[in-house]
Design a protein around this ligand. Sequence first.
Ligand SMILES: Cc1cc2nc3c(=O)[nH]c(=O)nc-3n(C[C@H](O)[C@H](O)[C@H](O)COP(=O)(O)OP(=O)(O)OC[C@H]3O[C@@H](n4cnc5c(N)ncnc54)[C@H](O)[C@@H]3O)c2cc1C
Length: 421
Amino acid sequence: MVRQVRGFAGDGTVLDNVRAALAASGLQLDELAHRLREHSAQADQTGQIPEPFWSRDVVRALNLHLVPTAHGGCPQLESLAARATLMEHLAHADAALALALPGPGLAMPPVLALASPEQQRTFFQRFHADTPRWAAFAITEPDCGSDATAMRTKATRTAQGWVLNGTKCFITNGARSDQIVTFATINRRQGRFGIRAFAVAAGTPGLEVVRIERMVGLRASQLAVLSFTDCEVPEESLLARGDERALDDAFAGAQYAWDYFRPLLSSVMVGTCRRVRDELAAYLVQGGRPASPRCGVARVHARLLDIDRRITAAHLLCQHTAWKADNHIATSMDASMTKAYASRVAAQITHEALELAGLEGLASHPALEQCYRDAKAYDIMEGTGELQRLMIARAAQRAASLPWDAPATVSAHQRPAATPH
Ligand SMILES: Cc1cc2nc3c(=O)[nH]c(=O)nc-3n(C[C@H](O)[C@H](O)[C@H](O)COP(=O)(O)OP(=O)(O)OC[C@H]3O[C@@H](n4cnc5c(N)ncnc54)[C@H](O)[C@@H]3O)c2cc1C
């Protein structure tokens, strides 16, 4: 018989603060998590957010959960560390529903980085509402995902504003959003410096939801294909802080979004891993046998401990990157490493859990299979694992040379002295 061993549940103090702050605005976090779990299988089947979620207070608090304090958001949820803790907790209940909850989502960072104070005010004001409000971030296109700077969606200036033409795909919550922060190029030959960002309102003539993809996992987050056909938007939709630098380098706003969201998304992955670990332990504690007859009790415990070790490492990496971001320390590389590590751990753990539990475990704990499918998407979204590893390798190549790496032509007495301890 396998003893009950509780998995690591993250930083209780931060979670308690988040819980108290949300309760003050009318949202009982554990009740919400309970409802997410209750509707997890249904949302996985239908790709829809079930109706019973939306009481007025819950909606308002969710709408505001990524809104900066300066625009009326909750001060206790302003830090990335608190937001990562919240996402880990909700994803432990259900990852797809956690990613589908209302709020500005991935559109928040580029608006903060690129928009004027007036544009920011207008954008965030929308989330002070009693009906669910989403925003989306649209950069990926059918022919360019990893190499986003090669985008084809074209922005042409007109006397009244701009006309957008092109297609965006895999846009999270794209069909639900009433604002879509869309990246388009004014001149492909200028590469990243030709890219501009526009806040496009849903329902603008020429903007159409072509379809919602049938996904293997994370179905409730509804990835949409959006087409822009002679879509006319006013001058004010161009996100422009008012200084030329931000306008010329709108792509930096997208990079800021990825740097900000990679630790958040990685926390979602950690939540999935914790759910899988709990389901697996519950199966075994309730008397379920490992699929392999060669896997004895000691081996099962060893594997659970090894799963715990990796979950803890991924959790700490998320929190460390979030802490750095909260302290205004550059995090691009940390964000890439966190995402690359957490997605790999999620893929390994969901796979190992299926292997350990086997068909019998799967029959009594179907969430193991659902989480395995969800984890497939983690490697791809917000930059694939290969691309993260490529960026890490490039950064390593750019690193300053070390004393022992001096060119061969430098004579021994010219070499820099070793750093004293
Ligand atoms: C769940 C989910 C949510 C998403 N949400 C959004 C969203 O809200 N907004 C949005 O704009 N996009 C979103 N995306 C899209 C996502 O960002 C892209 O799918 C991702 O960047 C990869 O692009 P791609 O699918 O075109 O793959 P490709 O770029 O075509 O890559 C295909 C394969 O080639 C590899 N590859 C590509 N280039 C290189 C290289 N130079 N070296 C080595 N290997 C390489 C990749 O690693 C991958 O394995 C989402 C995707 C998913 C799965």
